[in-house]
Design a protein around this ligand. Structure first.
Ligand SMILES: CC(C)(COP(=O)(O)OP(=O)(O)OC[C@H]1O[C@@H](n2cnc3c(N)ncnc32)[C@H](O)[C@@H]1OP(=O)(O)O)[C@@H](O)C(=O)NCCC(=O)NCCS
Length: 237
């Protein structure tokens, strides 16, 4: 593996070369849907593509998206939705907020995530921003959908590092776990939509554990509501 990290400004043609890494329902947060089409045009310097120069194909093997925000030191319970609304609208920007990072599965667990975080820190510093903040989606939370995020984020391994692999990588690089963002994303849809997004049936109202969801999806009057919790992390740059 020979890693190359480039910004979208440098290599715009890489857009569209990465397979979808997310469960289908994750694409249906209204704030994200409204903001995403402008992301690459408004902030091309803050979007990263990861390449493996030794791979035969010229496709991206990972990416990270971030936006400059005004961070007043108080982590918003709205996480990603905050970053893409109040965060980007706040002036002056003084922090870079990472809203997503992902790698194709073959490249996970090989230290690439660390390289992405380091590069994001360098990008932030290069733009005169003081910190790198992130509403982090803990990668193993989906295994524990019934455990409150506040508890899960506190779980530690015997070596003292976070139990969750992605939180662990952040902390190892100097990130400080600040607070949970209990309403980082909100996804609402009709029963039929949720059935299409998940391939499951939801015959009656109630709480459903759905693959890839960090908490159960709550159905009431035939509508499903998923409110995703994340964990705020801050890195000084
Ligand atoms: C989040 C993500 C980019 C992190 O990348 P990563 O490669 O898993 O992260 P790291 O290389 O730092 O690995 C972190 C830990 O998990 C372990 N790990 C991760 N993937 C692994 C795998 N496939 N096999 C074995 N171990 C793995 C690593 O060994 C490491 O453990 P350690 O702390 O004991 O050394 C990646 O997991 C991913 O793309 N996930 C799906 C998308 C996602 O959820 N993104 C985050 C929200 S935006």
């Amino acid at each position: 593996m020979r890693l190359e990290l480039v910004t979208h400004f440098e290599r715009p043609r890489l857009r569209g070369t990465l397979p979808n890494l997310w469960p289908e329902f994750m694409g249906h947060d209204n704030v994200v849907q409204a903001f995403w089409p402008q992301l690459y045009d408004l902030y091309p310097d803050f979007q990263l593509w990861v390449l493996d120069r030794e791979a035969t194909s010229r496709r991206a093997i990972g990416y990270a998206c971030s936006v400059p925000v005004h961070w007043n030191g108080t982590p918003s319970p709205r996480g990603i939705d905050w970053a893409l609304t109040d965060g980007v609208e706040g002036t002056p920007p003084n922090a870079l907020c990472t809203v997503v990072a992902g790698l194709v599965p073959e490249y996970r667990g090989r230290g690439v995530a660390e390289a992405i975080l380091r590069r994001l820190g360098a990008v932030a510093a290069g733009h005169g921003l003081e910190s790198l903040v992130a509403p982090v989606r803990p990668t193993w939370k989906e295994r524990y959908p019934l455990i409150p995020i506040q508890l899960y984020a506190r779980w530690r391994r015997p070596d003292g590092l976070p139990y969750d692999p992605w939180l662990r990588t952040h902390e190892r690089l100097g990130g400080e776990l600040l607070a949970s963002a209990p309403r980082s994303m909100t996804i609402a849809g009709r029963r039929a939509e949720w059935e299409e997004w998940t391939g499951m049936n939801f015959p009656e109202d109630g709480e459903y554990v759905v693959p890839g969801a960090l908490v159960p999806v709550h159905f009431k009057n035939g509508r499903g509501l998923y409110v995703e919790p994340n964990v705020w992390v801050r890195h000084a740059v």
